[in-house]
Ligand binder design. Structure first.
Ligand code: SER
Length: 584
């Protein structure tokens, strides 16, 4: 079964069980200062897990694009990747453990509607309990019954600690115990396993996690469980790449149809092929493609820096196998073919151009770095100032019979990292569910700003990205020129006039087609479900000042905002401007 079919079977299976299919959100989180990229399917749904009503109802299903880079050094082994799709079904205060587990099992094993995986190769875990929540006997009992009913014998259910079987997204937000499903890739275990045997098989990557059902029923504040959520939710996540690997009988994701054509191309073009390098190139190029497609460009901070790092790591490996002069264009074309039916938007020449340009820049950096190396520049300076990787410095030193003081390098790196960690720690303060009064007010101001830019500067201005913290709002928008001082002052005055006019902010749910007909503002490039919520800002005589697709929340009346002030206007990329603004 091909990956396209697996994805669509998943969506159909849950659609048949009352779920509404929603599109993948962008990789770049909307109005969420706490993370750089969506790292799980549930992330864009946090407000709804916290109790807000979702316009599509209480049962949802989708395949969400995700990026996780914390295990980037593991990429090259059988299962790690930096981009992945997460198949997920959600219950927002609807069904709970029994149905969630039953359907997971059914989808994995049913030949007709699901994946037809061999049930005797399944092993599962449940939460062992701690001071936050009790041992999840209920989940274990449900599994026990399923295994018994299907004549699957032997020990297969393991209680595990919070480090394994508890899911949360940060210091603040929804959380709860989970039950994870593992599949025996070898087909040789063929029996029940003791806990020790299970752990060993997991370590050897003979067993791989293919699904996680989280029972979201608690809320954390400042890292502590403070109570139950308004309703009991289910958040499930299944990594598409791993499921495809299991279904296609491979022992690594790079042999599946999601990667194979690219791996073959790399193999045929490389001067000195090496499997690990090829895997890193394939993974990192794929991640770069999806990031660029969602509007990220290579820069030295934040998201852009992650993209830059991923591209540079790919180029290093291209160099390693003698592929550095090969244009990434061909690789991008093969990937866009693999994803043609689910992500047709990948088929654009601009994506390859952005990646190729960064690759060329890095090759020049490497050349400069080489000259600096020859001059005897400190490896730490080579790395931080010239972006020259330490592995390369070490290699060159070896060739030239020099030694590198790695202790000194690590000491300087540790200090450097401490500094940058403190700088980025602030980012996580707010947490995902940071819907406090300050961010809510800035969110409404954000809508007014977009309307103001359209009223004063150009009616065609489109939003391209946004980020709101407690302190300020930030909006990226498509615009062909730097705003003049006069334009900035006029936009500010326009927004403040609307604030002083005490306008009502009203939320309405409506079919996507109707909202589109109304001309409600959408984020450029984003995808929306069939029913959406739209926020209107209206004057007393019902004249609409602003209408935007948005999950909210917002203030009820603009009088709550105070005074609006633009702090900065700058360029972020060609044709994209950025405004930072505050409320005083
Ligand atoms: N949030 C859980 C995970 O990412 C299940 O979707 O594993």
């Amino acid at each position: 079964m091909q990956s396209d079919e697996i994805r669509s079977r998943f969506l159909k299976f849950f659609e048949k069980r009352g779920h509404k299919i929603i599109p993948s959100a962008s990789l770049v989180p909307e109005n969420d200062p706490s993370v750089l990229f969506n790292t799980a399917g549930m992330q864009p749904l946090v407000p709804y897990l916290m109790g807000q009503k979702h316009p599509m109802g209480t049962r949802l299903v989708n395949a969400q694009k995700c990026v996780r880079t914390q295990d980037i050094d593991e990429v090259g082994d059988n299962t790690h990747d930096t981009f992945f799709e997460m198949l997920g079904n959600w219950s927002l205060g609807d069904y709970f453990k029994e149905d969630a587990i039953k359907w997971s099992y059914e989808f994995l094993t049913s030949k007709e509607e699901g994946l037809g995986l061999d049930p005797t190769r399944l092993y599962v875990t449940a939460f062992e309990g701690n001071e936050d929540a009790p041992r999840d006997e209920e989940a274990a009992m449900i599994w026990k019954k399923i295994f018994e009913d299907n004549n699957i014998s032997g020990e297969r259910i393991y209680f595990r600690p919070a480090s394994k079987n508890w899911w949360e997204v940060g210091e603040n937000g929804p959380c709860g115990p989970d039950t994870e499903m593992f599949y025996d890739l070898t087909g040789k275990l063929n029996k029940g396993l003791t806990l020790e045997e299970y752990i060993e098989a997991d370590d050897k990557q003979e067993l791989v996690e293919i699904w996680n059902d989280v029972f979201m029923q608690f809320e954390k504040k400042s890292g502590k469980v403070v109570g139950q959520l308004p309703s009991q939710n289910v958040d499930t996540g299944s990594g598409l790449e791993r499921v495809v690997m299991a279904v296609q009988g491979k022992n690594n994701i790079f042999d599946t149809d999601l990667f194979k054509p690219v791996m073959d191309l790399i193999k045929s073009e490389a001067k000195n092929y090496n499997e690990r390098s090829a895997r890193i190139i394939a993974d990192h190029i794929r991640t770069s493609i999806f990031m660029v497609c969602d509007g990220v460009s290579p820069t030295n901070t934040g998201r852009g820096y992650i993209l830059r790092r991923v591209i540079r790591r790919a180029v290093m490996q291209m160099k390693n196998i003698g592929l550095e002069n090969y244009s990434v264009d061909a690789l991008v074309t093969v990937f866009s073919g693999i994803y043609a039916s689910s992500y047709p938007e990948l088929k654009t020449s601009q994506i390859a151009e952005v990646i190729e340009e960064e690759k060329e820049k890095f090759l020049l950096t490497l050349e400069h770095g080489l000259k600096e190396f020859e001059k005897g520049t400190d490896p730490f300076v080579l790395f931080t100032t010239y972006g020259f990787p330490i592995e390369l410095t070490l290699e060159l030193a070896k060739e030239n019979g020099k030694t590198i003081d790695m202790e000194d390098f690590h000491k300087k790196m540790d200090e450097h990292q401490k500094l940058s960690q403190t700088a980025s720690a602030g980012m996580f303060k707010g947490g995902l569910a940071n819907h406090n009064d300050k961010t809510i007010r800035l969110h409404t101001a954000h809508h007014l700003l977009l309307a103001g830019l359209q009223a004063i500067v150009n009616p065609d201005i489109k939003q391209r990205g946004s980020n709101i913290t407690e302190e300020r709002l930030r909006m990226d928008f498509l615009c062909d020129h730097k705003l003049t001082d006069e334009e900035k002052q006029k936009v500010e005055a326009w927004v403040n006039d609307k604030i002083e006019s005490e306008l009502n902010v009203v939320r309405k749910e409506m079919p996507l087609v109707d909202a589109e007909k109304l001309g409600a503002q959408m984020e450029f490039g984003a995808k929306y479900p069939e029913v959406v919520s739209v926020y209107f800002i209206e004057s007393a005589n019902r004249q609409t000042i602003s209408k935007e697709f948005c999950g909210g929340p917002h203030v009820g009346n603009t009088r709550e905002l105070g005074h609006f002030k633009i702090q900065k206007e700058e360029a972020v990329a060609a044709g994209i401007r950025r405004i930072k603004a505050i409320l005083e």
